[in-house]
Every structure is written in C-alpha cells, then in structure tokens.
Design a protein around this ligand. Sequence first.
Ligand code: HEC
Length: 693
Amino acid sequence: MKRILGLSAILLGFAVAGHSQSPKELATPTARYLDGSAGADWPGYGRSFGEQHYSPLAQINDSNVGTLGLLWSADLPTRNSVTQPIAVDGVIFLTTGLSFVHAIDAKTGRQLWTYDPQVARAAGLKLRGGWGARGLAWWKGKLYVGTQDGRLIAIDANSGKQVWSVQTTEEGKVEFVTGAPRVFDGKVIVGFGGADLDLVRGYVTTYDAETGKQLWRFYTVPGDPAVDNDETTKLAAGSWAGEWWKFGGGGTVWNAMTYDPETDTIFLGTGNGVPWNHKARSKGEGDNLFLCSIVALDGKTGRYKWHYQINPGESWDYNAAMDMPLATIEIDGKPRKVIMQAPKNGFYYVIDRITGKLISAEPWTKVTWASKIDLATGRPVENPAARYPDGSTFILYPRTAHSIQPMAYSPASGLAYIPTLIAADGWSDSGVANDEWRKTSPLSTGQFAAVRNPFAVKDDPDNGTSKLVAWDPRTQKQAWEQKTPGPFAGGTMATAGNLVFQGRLDGRFNAYDAKSGKLLWSFDAKAPVVASPLSYTVGGRQYVTVTTGIGLSAAIRGDLLKDVDTDYRTQKRRVLTFAIGGKMALPDGRAAKPAPVDDPDYRADDAQAARGVAVYNRRCAQCHGIAGQAGGIAPDLRASPIPLSAEAYLQVTHGGALLAAGMPKFDDLSEADLLDVRHYIRSRAAAWRAAGK
Ligand code: HEC
C-alpha cells in the first residue's frame, strides 16, 4: 500500500513525502514565488516576489536546531562565491565568479551541469568591477543570469544549455550585471552597475521570459532634454542642473527589485549619482531624481507610479540599492502594506507601497549626516556640514550601514535582521579642481569629484566592526543585537522555526533564536560565510544551504581582516547543505597562509613607489586590497612571485595573461605606469618582510 502511494505521488510529479504544497499550488510559476507558498522551493533571490529572505518551513526549529548537521559539501572551483543560490524541485542552482551557473542535486551534492558564458573573453574593461555574479532567477524551467559584460542569458534548467541571450547594456561603457535578474508575470527584468567606474546612465529593461524579446525600458535618470523624450527625462529633468547628461548621471539598479503581484507593481532601488559630488554633477542644485530612490513602476508597461527619494541631491555614494522586502505590518492598529529598506545611509524606512508615502524612518545605527527624517515632507533634516562645503572634511557616519548582503524579515517575529556595518569616511572636495577630479579619487577608477578617505576617522574603536541587528519596523526600535567579527557581516535568512541564520567572517555559520537573539547553533565552515543562506525541502525534508567565501566589498580592507582567514588560494570555496541529523565532518582544506616573497633585487625608490601607489589605488586596490594587503578575492601581490620578473609581471598586467581567471588586462596603462605599480608592490612586500623580522 505504502509503495503504491509513493508511486502515485511520483506520477503526480510533486514532493513525494506528503508535503503541504499541493499540485495546484505548483501549477503556475507565480505560485512558487508567493509569500504564502509552503516554501518547498526558493525560486528567486529573496525566495518570494516580496523578498523577505524568509522560509515558512519549521521542521528545523528553535527546539531541534542543536541536531542540525552537515549533509554534504561540494567544492566550488572559484574565488568568488558570494552568491544567493536558488532551489527548485530538489535542484540547487547557483552562480560563481564570472557568471558560471552550476546545477547541483540538493540531496547528494552531485554536480548535474555547469554553464560557462565565457565572460572573461568578452568582458574587456568590464572585468574591472570584479564583484562576480550574485544570483539568478528561475521561471518555468528556465534560469536567468546576467554577466559582467552586460548580457542577460536564459538557460534550460534541465540541460544547462543556453536558450537565448541579449545584450542589455551599451557598447563601450563599463556597465556590468552582477545582481540577480528578477522574474514576474512572464517577464524578466534586469538592471546593471557601473556608476562607480564609468559615466553611465541607469536603466532597467524587461524581456519576455520565453523568447528574450525586449518589452520595456525605464531610465532612472533623465537624458539630455534637447534630444531625449523618454518618460524620465520629461518627469525629472527639472530636478537637475548644468549638463548632467554628459556624466550619465548614475542611478543604476544593480541589486534591489521587488514585485507586488496584487497591484502588478515592480519596485526599483536606484543607485548613487555619478560623479559622486553633487556640486560637480548638478552644480549643487536639485534633488536629482531618481537617484537614490525607490521607484514604483507598472509591471505591464513600465510606466512610472511613484517614487520615494531617500537622499535628495545625493553626494556621498549613498544609494537605495539594498534589498526591499514587502510586508503587511500593523501600524496604529491597522494592517499596512509596506515596502521597507535599510539602505547605506543608516535610516530604516517603512513606506506605504500603494501610495509611496513615508510612514516612518529612524536610524538603526550611528548617523551624522542627518538629524532625522521629517515625516511631514518625507525629507531628511541634513547636517549642514555633511555636504563638505568650503574645502572642509566631513566625517560621515555611516559609510555603508548595510551592504548588498540581504536583511531578512520574519512575519512570524515581526523583526528585520540587518547585517550592519559600522564604518565612517572623511569626505572632502578640497583641492579637487574641476578638470582634475577624474584623476584624484583615492580608491578606485571612478569619476567621483570628491575625496573619500576611510583613514580620516580617528579614535573610534567601533569603526571597522560589524553587528547583527534585529529591528522592529513597527516601533522603529532595536529588539536585540549580536556583535560579529571583522568589518563585514553575512546576509541573513529567517525561518518559521523561530530561527535566524547568518554567516560570519571568522567562518562560523550561526543560528539564533529569532525573538531573543540567543545563539542556538554554530558550525565551523572553515572559510568566511558572507553569502546569505536559503531553505527548501527535498522529498518533504527541510534543508539549509549556504556558500562559503568572501566578496569584493568585504575584502577591500585587507588590513581589517588580519585576524581571520579569507584567502581563496589557501582555503576552499564551497557549497554546504545542512539537515537535521546530518553527520558529515567538513574536511579542513586549508593551506598555509601567504608570506611575503624574498626579492633580493629590490632597491627602494620612494619617488617611484609614490607614483605607483596612486595608480595602484585607482586600478588595483578594489581587488588586491588597500595598501597591497589582500582580503581574499584576489592574490596578495606582496606574496606573489610574478612581480619578481618585470617581464612576467607585464605579461599579466599589460598582456592579459590571466584574463580567463578574472585578472583584467590593463592595456590602457603605459608599461611605465605598471612598472611604477610593480615597484610599489615590491616596496609593500619589503615592508611586510621587515615587519615580520
Ligand atoms: C577585478 C579584479 C582585479 C583587479 C582590478 C586587478 N586584479 Fe590582478 N588579479 C586578479 C585576480 C583574480 C588574479 C588571480 C588570477 C588567477 O587566479 O590566476 C590576479 C592576479 C594578478 C597577478 C598575478 C599574481 C599571482 O601570483 O598569480 C598580478 C601580478 C596582478 N594581478 C597585478 C595587478 C595589478 C598591478 C593591478 C592593477 C593595475 C591588478 N592586478 C588589478 C584580479 C584583479
């Protein structure tokens, strides 16, 4: 009898062991994405359209999580594995590095297929972003992934074969897709990043999920009003001054998008302005719509519905690009349909998602740029010093209170779980003459017109630390917090089992009591865990999966990572899957830490090293780490034998010898420039050797 039942369940083609998800519920792809679904799948970035990073599963819960154990581990052949996997019908799909897509049997960890979109060959300049693909989406048997060179690709989920591919970015611009595409109502929507590296104008585009045919495009900032007559230019050009369109304006949608199926509304979280400095970008005038905003569009047509701008006249590389969960929460005794965001700027925003009106906003961490958000106008009450006037330096808190690692929201506990970063920057535009500003930004290749100096902050022991904050959006008060090691905190997932899962830089993967914050379970992943976890069922059994590794934003301050192991060359990148009763012991897989090379031919030349550091900071630091101290996503150059030989070094840096492995080709720099950088690298290695003696 039992066998026959099992067989009929298989014939019906749904979860075998009597899980509560009915065949009807699985009949449409939409049903799998609904907040109210039973949670057998995790089909898109934040699981549901509303992206709560919340699983309604409760087999693993606060009373049995102590028996949660590793079921399997699979090595990922990559250095860049900070990604949000998805799971559909017992198969895990995840991206690594340059948009490789892997399909893995969730029960066994067996690799089913890998898809390689051959990004390194195509990407050229666009490789410089270096973030790696952070997610993908599923719809009706197809997967959707973006690439660093700006393609959107549909892949058959069974075979791993490409179905269609479109170029969604413009030629010749450093515009890259590292965020997860989103899918709703048969459409796939994708934005891109690049407004820190090039003069770009943000937009999102939707395509027919079956065919790849373009449906609509929405620009997030206006173009030149003399030639452009798109909707945004008509709506928003009045909020800009000067000739902003020559700079592109920025406002890219590189991460956050959520969808409300009830009203067919797609919400975009837009990015920073380019250049960063409002004075250079727009003569210091105007709000600069729709930078740094949550923008609501009609799903069918892409027509504008409303917007809420969190930073009018943005001037600090702030953005509204962090995830935006939808929820229904009770405020003043009434259920309100809200969209919420905890962006970089440190305020937690609760917004009515039907009208776009701000309900409340309070700082959840230290903030110096504004004293409050005025609820009557919805605008911040800014600190006048915050816009670094008259050559002054302003100490801006926070730099990035919340990065791309998602916060979870649990409708069960009513709390949001925010991976919170505590860091500040000194901001100034002193000495940044108008024609000089392209060359002077200290940290990247960007077009910033401002000097942002993380070392200007003194005497704050909390600077460069992190914590997990449980925040109550109804009361705008903290429920609890847990300090986390190092400058960066992993993405969170909440479950109906009253649990919050989060990884840490020191390799612990933890589960906390969602209501009290008490630590209930901890696993040594033997590598940092920055990515956010997911949960789903296979054959009715609940699993939890997470990848190990460190991402670019977490790795840039190698100097703050001295106490933790993060190097991709000395420890493995993995996908780990847990279940109740899992017993596997995780092999160590760690190799010796890098040490500085011995370079007998090195002769210090301070002038050359000084020229080299300027180029290094603009072009190399984002991957190889500030001050030559790597954080784990690219080799520590002080320990590399390659700079020992000028010829080998130039083959790599100028000739592109390691392009396929993600090391860009810097053929726009002269060999002399690159040799100055080489000298700087050797000087850093010598300093390290000397310090070690
Ligand atoms: C987008 C990220 C990125 C940027 C920017 C970048 N690199 Fe790299 N680099 C890498 C990666 C990844 C590797 C390792 C490739 C591999 O695994 O073989 C690498 C390898 C190298 C190596 C070889 C090291 C070794 O031991 O194998 C050298 C030398 C190097 N980079 C120099 C530079 C210099 C100089 C700059 C700036 C002009 C720079 N890189 C900018 C990502 C980057």
